[in-house]
Design a protein around this ligand. Structure first.
Ligand SMILES: [Fe+2]
Ligand SMILES: [Fe+2]
Length: 330
């Protein structure tokens, strides 16, 4: 989900770069306006390329870092069935990261550069993964809310203007639906269980609700890159539109299983056909973006350790490929 957070203020983000052939720019913009996909070998403005590299690589990082909070619970899942389901889900997220790194590589950036940017702290990933998973109910809340928010973000990206990104999203979205349902099913079981189990589910909803609606990124009037991204059809809906949709579908789901969304200002607004909701604490959001999330350091350490410990696997795979290539040549 991960992607509209990228609309946050970023001084380095280019809006337009001078010196490009106006005829090429006009032809490019006409293709985008006609809803054609832009493919890797097509001419594209440099700012479009950079915006996409940033967005797709941050999306990829979010998928990979997103494995960590749930990976914490694989050994503690309450039954073999839950363990098998969670294992499949976490593995899917790894796959999403890999499709997305491949899509970003088609724009001329290497996997190593992207991984370096993540490990050095230069690249961002979704702030939601810097919150800890304290109880089993958090695994339910993540699937239901975090994957649910990711779906809201990613369904429109199946029509994003860059072909490889759009196609990666088609498969990712199918898998995200399964993730959302497995999370909701965990919440449903807990909410219908003992009073302690129900309290655990409510506590998880209380802690994950606000970070989840922050996943859609800053409000539209404070999202400077959004207008250009909408024009280039990298983004298809604004942050606030997506957030509103998410709140509107999720509140009835909470009510259906007897849980309460932790927002005293939440009220149905018949005129707009949607919920009005309370003010979001953007200070908290920007603090987490700056890396001050409760477990941000732990997450990055886990990533770097995994990278170092996996060095022998990468070396073995390269050596195997070299041997095969030599054999083919012979
Ligand atoms: Fe995913
Ligand atoms: Fe997911």
């Amino acid at each position: 989900m991960y992607t509209t957070e990228l609309g946050k203020p970023d001084a380095k983000a280019p809006v337009a770069i001078g010196g490009e052939d106006p005829a090429l720019v006009a032809a490019f913009e006409a293709r985008v306006a006609a809803d054609e996909f832009i493919e890797p070998k097509d001419w594209m403005p440099e700012a479009y390329r950079r915006t996409l590299v940033r967005q797709i690589s941050q999306h990829a990082h979010s998928e990979i870092v997103g494995m960590l909070p749930e990976g914490n619970w694989l050994t503690r899942a309450p039954s073999l069935r839950r363990k098998a389901v969670l294992l499949a889900k976490v593995q899917d997220e790894g796959g999403h990261g890999l499709y997305l790194y491949c899509a970003a590589e088609t724009l001329g950036t290497s996997r190593d550069e992207m991984i370096d940017a993540l490990h050095s702290g230069k690249a961002k990933y979704s702030t939601i993964f810097n919150y800890p998973t304290l109880t089993w109910a958090d695994i339910g809340a993540i699937g239901w809310l975090v994957d649910g928010a990711a779906i809201m973000n990613q369904v429109p990206l199946q029509r994003t203007s860059y072909g490889p990104y759009a196609r990666a999203m088609v498969r990712v979205c199918k898998e995200e639906s399964f993730h959302q349902r497995q999370g909701y099913e965990i919440m449903m079981a807990l909410a219908g269980g003992t009073p302690d189990q129900k309290a655990m589910a409510q506590d998880a909803l209380n802690r994950w609700w606000w970070p989840s609606i922050m996943m859609f990124g800053p409000p539209d009037d404070n999202s400077p890159n959004s207008a250009q991204s909408m024009r280039w059809r990298i983004k298809r809906d604004t942050n606030d539109e997506l957030r509103q949709k998410f709140v509107d579908v999720t509140v009835p789901q909470a009510e259906y299983i007897g849980l309460t969304v932790p927002d005293p200002d939440l009220v149905w607004n018949a005129d707009k056909g949607g919920y009005d909701f309370g003010a979001i604490d953007w200070e908290e959001f920007y603090a987490v973006v700056r890396g001050e999330g409760p477990v941000a350091k732990e997450r990055m350490k886990a990533r770097r350790d995994a990278w170092d410990e996996g060095a022998w696997v990468r070396e073995a795979a390269s050596a195997y490929e070299a041997t095969r290539a030599a054999r083919r040549a012979a």
